[in-house]
Write a protein that binds this ligand. Structure first.
Ligand code: NJP
Length: 231
């Protein structure tokens, strides 16, 4: 199709896989992240529009949407994927680390939705997709800050679904378990992770699934895990 999609966190990991799959499906993709070199690479491979931006910055969020509209004249899909996480005992987290997770994971999602909504409302159509986490719905040790931010991101999108429905706008949220990416400073591709982790493409396929729902159907939530993940 000739749909236009914004994907945040497109420089690597899950966002890169989503941008790549959407481009393969025929979408025009606006690739958003802070790392210019990686972003230019993925934009070139997807024939997409690179927008170097920090999702925590309100002006950047507005710029992402205005750059999309001036380049393509339309906006159909907004994928709020950019996210960060680090894990520690509560007493070992700095206030800065706490703020960083809430800034990217919660405020980043809020700001891009806020910037996109006037346009989506005007056209009475659009699809917002959030990449949350299985820990948006359960807690775990060492996950106070990250888990709280992902619960909050889930709450933002869950409430937004109710606000958006009267305007014909769909909100779908995907809750993956462990995914083999650069998340939390890890290195993807270790052979032992093939069984223990999802691959970024698995999450991209979930995005494709929710996008393929018929016009009268919204997939509210989709949770996926590697079969081996115990918790
Ligand atoms: O992580 P990673 P994932 N402004 O580190 C971007 C969730 N999740 O793909 O700016 C704009 O490979 C960053 O780009 P850059 C997770 O919570 C994961 O795994 O250049 N972009 C990069 O492209 C997150 O919401 C797992 O540094 C910013 C991307 O985000 C989503 O999946 C499990 C940014 C991160 O790529 C994607 O994470 C789960 C900013 N301020 C949920 N800050 C998992 N991996 O196990 C970061 O349940 N980015």
């Amino acid at each position: 199709t000739n749909q236009v999609a914004i994907v945040t966190g497109a420089s690597r990991g899950i966002g890169r896989a989503i941008a790549t799959l959407l481009a393969l499906q025929g979408a025009q993709v606006v690739c958003v992240a802070r790392s210019e070199d990686e972003l230019l690479d993925v934009a070139q491979k997807t024939n997409g529009l690179p927008v170097v931006a920090d999702v925590c910055d309100e002006r950047d969020a507005q710029l992402i949407v205005s750059a999309t509209l001036s380049r393509f004249g339309r906006l159909d899909i907004v994928v709020c994927n950019a996210g960060v996480g680090s894990f520690n005992l509560l007493e070992n987290f700095s206030a800065e680390e706490w703020d960083r997770m809430f800034d990217v994971n919660v405020k980043g999602t809020f700001l891009l939705c806020k910037a996109a909504l006037p346009h989506l409302k005007e056209q009475q159509r659009g699809h917002i997709i959030g990449i949350a986490s299985d820990v948006s719905k359960r807690t775990f040790a060492h996950g106070t800050a990250y888990g709280a931010s992902k619960y909050a991101q889930h709450a933002v999108l869950d409430a937004l679904r109710k606000e958006a429905r009267p305007n014909g706008i769909k909100v779908s949220v995907i809750y993956p378990g462990l995914v083999d990416t650069y998340f939390n400073e890890s290195r993807p591709g270790a052979p032992d992770k093939e069984k223990t982790h999802l691959q970024p493409i698995d999450v991209a396929q979930a995005v494709r699934y929710v996008l393929e729902a018929p016009a009268h159907v919204v997939v509210d939530e989709l949770m996926l895990h590697p079969v081996t993940q115990e918790w």
